[in-house]
Design a protein around this ligand. Structure first.
Ligand SMILES: CC(C)(COP(=O)(O)OP(=O)(O)OC[C@H]1O[C@@H](n2cnc3c(N)ncnc32)[C@H](O)[C@@H]1OP(=O)(O)O)[C@@H](O)C(=O)NCCC(=O)NCCS
Length: 320
């Protein structure tokens, strides 16, 4: 956590530092069928029993892809530690038969030049935006929350959707699946059992989910949903995950209404919360517009990079 906070202080100074809340669980717990392997680089000059971590890498193995997170203490950068850690993880992914490696790299940080130097290719870009609750225009939000067309009902479900709505909830996610163009570094859970597993995994990792959804009175389908997670590791800043409005229910004010309602619910359920962050594709104009109306401010570009495992291993060995 100290390494991560040292990285944050230099690379993302406006992000809240991590607290010691379920950090172990955050790293160790995964969805069924997924695994995470972590390596640390330690100071080997210290006496036995003492340890100081200089850098770490973790790799989440899912499907045929390994998703990396690498952190090197700022004072120890440009000595080859990052490259060495990627090499260790890539070799392991190769030996286990995984075909590609993906990583998120944050615009305006050294990670971009680092991954490009290793031959990773830019596959996808999103913008992160941050909303500061103290600046929210709550009366305007009241109007937005109520501005949904008749025939829909908005429901709030802290902890996750109820069992009775899981099927309809998963169906809404399934329909949105095709609209994605990203690398699937964080795939959606679009069947009821995966959804149950996913909610259970969130809870085990210390990520408290909040859901607001809109059901269509006439058919009972879930027409729209929005998910926010409050992490025990940085409870001042929540993550706005998925927001989906099913294609045939667009144009009825659902996106605005469910997101506005969510902010009201968060304000009362999480008094320690100060900000909410979200990520949007540049071409998702309607969602960017709604986010701007809610008060989200664009913060940084957020990239997904990918590399072929065999090629990566080969080129890293050539450098060695
Ligand atoms: C990206 C990161 C892992 C690089 O670690 P590192 O140990 O400094 O990397 P290396 O020394 O192995 O660098 C390998 C190559 O990457 C490139 N590179 C790395 N940092 C660079 C920089 N700041 N500018 C230009 N090129 C850079 C260089 O080509 C370098 O080779 P060289 O030093 O021989 O020129 C490190 O900066 C880091 O931890 N960043 C934070 C990552 C992050 O965003 N984590 C998420 C939590 S916020």
């Amino acid at each position: 956590m100290e390494t991560l906070n040292a990285v944050l202080a230099v690379d993302l100074p406006n992000d809240p530092p991590w607290q010691d809340g379920q950090v172990r669980e955050y790293l160790a717990e995964t969805m069924p069928g997924e695994r995470r392997i972590s390596w640390v680089a330690e100071d080997d000059r210290l006496p036995e029993g003492e340890s100081e971590i200089f850098a770490h890498v973790s790799m989440l193995l899912l499907g045929d892809i390994g998703v990396l997170e690498v952190s090197v203490r700022p004072a120890l950068r440009r000595r080859g530690l990052g490259r060495q850690l990627v090499a260790v993880a890539a070799r392991r992914a190769y030996l286990e038969g995984f075909s590609s490696i993906g990583v998120e790299a944050i615009g305006g940080t050294p990670a971009i030049a680092f991954y490009e130097s290793l031959g990773f290719e830019r596959e996808y870009v999103e913008t992160r935006s941050v909303l500061t609750l103290s600046t929210v225009d709550w009366p305007a939000l009241t109007e937005m929350a109520g501005g949904i067309a008749p025939g829909y009902r908005v429901e709030y479900h802290p902890g996750g959707p109820p069992e009775t709505l899981l099927e309809a909830y998963a169906q809404a996610k399934l329909e949105a699946q095709d609209d994605d163009g990203d690398l699937d570094l964080a795939p959606r859970s679009s069947d009821p059992q995966r959804l149950r597993d996913s909610l259970d995994t969130l809870h085990r990792r210390g990520l408290k989910p909040y859901i607001v959804l809109a059901t269509h009175d006439a058919t009972g389908v879930v027409a729209g949903l929005t998910e926010v997670v409050v992490p025990a590791q940085h409870p001042e800043r929540a993550d706005q995950y998925d927001t989906i409005v099913v294609r045939s229910h667009r144009g009825y004010g659902i996106d605005r209404a469910i997101k506005a309602r969510m902010l009201f619910e968060l304000r009362s359920a999480e008094p320690g919360l100060r900000e909410v962050q979200t990520w949007n594709a540049h071409d998702n104009e309607s969602m960017l517009k709604v986010n701007a109306e809610l008060g989200y401010q664009p913060d940084r570009d957020w990239y997904e990079y990918g590399a072929d495992v065999a090629q990566l291993v080969q080129s890293l060995e050539a450098i060695d």
